[in-house]
Write a protein that binds this ligand. Structure first.
Ligand code: NAP
Length: 285
């Protein structure tokens, strides 16, 4: 507090912030003009489990053409359909992205859902691990978005939905690197929206809450192994109990699939759509 008092010239932003602070005075951000037809094509990253798999299922149910991408393609995860294609994609690999986009052909919507977590104190997170997390969550999203923009701009139509996280609305401990990787995607998306609006290309954010039901937590805990500092062990154990708590408000994969559906098909959807009871709480706080 002393520090803040002595440096009163610095503006201190609250940690909880439900709306982006943007200066939109120079450009109009319009809603998508019309609802996309049900025969539209959506490409979703990270469909081997969790939110991506559920989102692919929901869009298939709604009659869309779905390109479900996975690092290791599996045909048995989704119902058989002539409207479904499963393609290989690793969002950290430029060749894999090129091959996937070429094989996909024209698409109408891209959902950047693939992501990895890490739950560890910064002292116990190597810079290499931090780089890996940013490679997938941030640069993977940027690279995939870049890969579809030319076709969207030329067609003067298209949408990108980026899946980030409610931890960018309500800060939580032991996930500083993960939170930073997702907050960067929020900022990226909100800036890009202005640059693409003149071409009728739209970008949106979906912010899910904590979802103990997906493979995400187990994957994130695997990245705790950079040498966990003893001083944080008790803190970690308390956090782990909270993270795995199924009683407290949390998010289901279907909440996220429905939020993506809304972001894509509802012309009045805002830039940020929270997904799940806990995310909604954080959004409204
Ligand atoms: N679960 C949560 O609590 C939570 C909360 C908020 C936001 N999110 C975000 O929601 C998204 C989906 O998470 P989830 O809960 O559904 O987790 P999940 O079940 O672990 O699914 C993550 C997906 O991303 C894929 N993936 C990871 N690295 C990839 C890469 N380099 N290239 C392509 N695909 C890659 C995984 O594929 P593999 O099977 O090949 O690893 C998997 O299909 C992530 O962006 C995550 O950050 C999750």
């Amino acid at each position: 507090m002393d520090y803040l008092d002595k440096n009163a010239d610095f503006e201190v932003y609250p940690v909880r912030r439900s709306r982006p602070i943007v200066d939109a005075s120079f450009i109009e951000l319009e809603s998508p003009v019309s609802t996309l037809p049900s025969a539209s094509t959506i490409l979703i990253t990270g469909c081997s489990s969790g939110f991506g798999l559920e989102t692919a299922r929901l869009f298939l149910d709604k009659g869309w053409h779905v390109i479900a991408t996975m690092r290791t393609p599996r045909e048995d995860l989704l119902p058989r359909s002539e409207r479904l294609r499963v393609l290989a994609l690793d969002v950290t690999d430029a060749h894999s992205i090129r091959r996937c986009i070429d094989a996909a052909g024209p698409i109408d919507v891209l959902v950047n859902n693939a992501g990895v977590g890490v739950m560890a104190p910064l002292e116990g997170t190597s810079v290499e691990t931090a780089r890996d997390v940013f490679e997938t969550n941030t640069l993977g999203t940027i690279a995939m978005t870049k890969a579809v923009l030319a076709q969207f701009r030329e067609r003067r139509a298209g949408m990108v939905v980026n899946v980030t996280s409610s931890v960018t609305l309500k800060a939580l401990p032991l996930i500083s690197v993960y939170s930073a990787s997702k907050a960067a995607v929020n900022a990226f998306t909100e800036s890009l929206a202005f640059e693409l609006a003149p071409f009728n290309v739209h970008v949106r954010l979906v912010l899910p809450g904590r979802a103990p039901g997906t493979s995400f937590g187990a994957n994130a805990r695997r990245r705790m192994s950079d040498g966990f500092p003893e001083a944080y062990v008790e803190f970690r154990d308390r956090r782990l109990a909270a993270v795995l708590d199924n009683e407290a408000p949390h998010t289901q994969s279907l909440d996220v699939a429905q939020a993506v559906w809304r972001a894509v098909t509802d012309p009045s959807a805002a830039m940020r759509t929270p997904a799940g009871a806990d995310a909604l709480e954080a959004f409204r706080a």
